[in-house]
Design a protein around this ligand. Sequence first.
Ligand code: UD1
Ligand code: CA
Length: 460
Amino acid sequence: MPNVTAVLLAAGQGTRMKSSHPKVLHEILGRPMIAYLVDALKSRGMADILAVVGYQAEKVQAALAPYGLRFVLQEPQQGTGHAVQVALPAAPPETETVMVLCGDVPLISGESIDNLYQLHQQSGAAVTVQTVELPDGAHYGRVVRDDTGQVRDVVQVKDAAHRPDILAIREINTGAYCFDAAFLRQALSELTVSPVTGEIYLTDMIALARRHGRGVEALLDPDWENLLGINSRRELAQATRVLRRRINEAHMAAGVTLMDPEATFIGPLVTIGRDTVIYPNVFLEGETSIGENCRLEPQVLIRDSHLADGVIVKMGSVIEGSRIGPGADVGPMARLRPGSELKSRVHIGNFVEVKKSVLHEGVKAGHLTYLGDAEVGAGVNVGAGTITCNYDGVQKHRTVIEDGAFIGSNTALVAPVTVGEGAYIGAGSTITEDVPSGKLAIARGRQVILTRKKQPGAPD
Ligand code: UD1
Ligand code: CA
């Protein structure tokens, strides 16, 4: 899109969210809502993007820092028209079209952006406004057309309290527009303040264009679900539902089984291989990849992790910042904390916690174990109740268990400590010194059997 400047309106507080965070940073499936809008613009090759920030501007700017946008500060925030008045001087002189989008209408597709721009280019209108038809226009600005069907005005609900005819209109303004930049430069300062709300409305540019004898076009977009504004928690939940459905349908179309797509929460950056089966109440978040033929049972949360093919995660497990090799299985009720790496065919059973540890091929830790800051060699068997005592109250220390070692149940490995290749630890040991390869270590009190002395008068 050459000579186009996109202006994102993101300065408002979002009073109806009842929040101490700026509205555009509220998250949908783990990402700030405005990030989706920026992605859609970038997917269409939009190079010049200006974000208007105001309420908690530093926070919004920090969240958008990775995207390389330009920022304009609107202070105080006196309405959408005022926001564009503040932004326009920052558009380069060669800009011919200004596309305005609302930071709180974030799910607009690249295709809808294209369609709006195309119509605007073809018609040569001063303003092209995107509209949708709803069963009920709710709180949205109403699109008023004249007898010939031409758009005459967009009227805010608050300014139409005594106009049931206007409130009855079902075609509403989505808040996305293309403007002829020359017309904006000429006429934007003519906007006046609404006597009802004290705000300067961008929507008044439509009536203004008509008064200037300029053309106004409206593009009625059928994709209404993705073009609704988010002003309240209810609308945030609604948008989350819409996006979730969009994402889940794409995964199903690509060969993933979701047993109940309405109860499956998959973030926008997640990839999943075909023939993977996902049970209900699974959450996949952040930068996560799941291989082919995996099985994720109910109540599983996986964040920023990578699972190879054929991995099974059983019910109730939590996996964060970890890598799992092919054919491994985890859970039920297991926890992998950041920095865990499970190589192929590792088995992690119930109530096992792993942190910042590498478990080589075929390691088995079936029950009630904590492995932290450890390197566990191939084929090691970790008995029930084994604990790496990795923290001395000041520092963390490493435990190394070499290939093929056998760790008896209820062993405490007091780090730093190394158990050599093929060594064997007797159950119930507290291991404080290195165990050489191939040796047996037992470190526990010896069992004694005592006979109670007979008390006088006690039965035999
Ligand atoms: C706005 C439109 C309405 C439309 C609806 C679509 C106006 C007057 N009304 O209403 O016709 O149907 O969007 O969702 O334009 N903002 C600023 N600075 C300001 C005020 C707002 O940057 O001074 C930003 C907000 O952060 C938000 C966007 O503009 O992202 C829209 O503002 P909001 O107050 O939500 O407008 P609506 O009442 O939803
Ligand atoms: Ca809004």
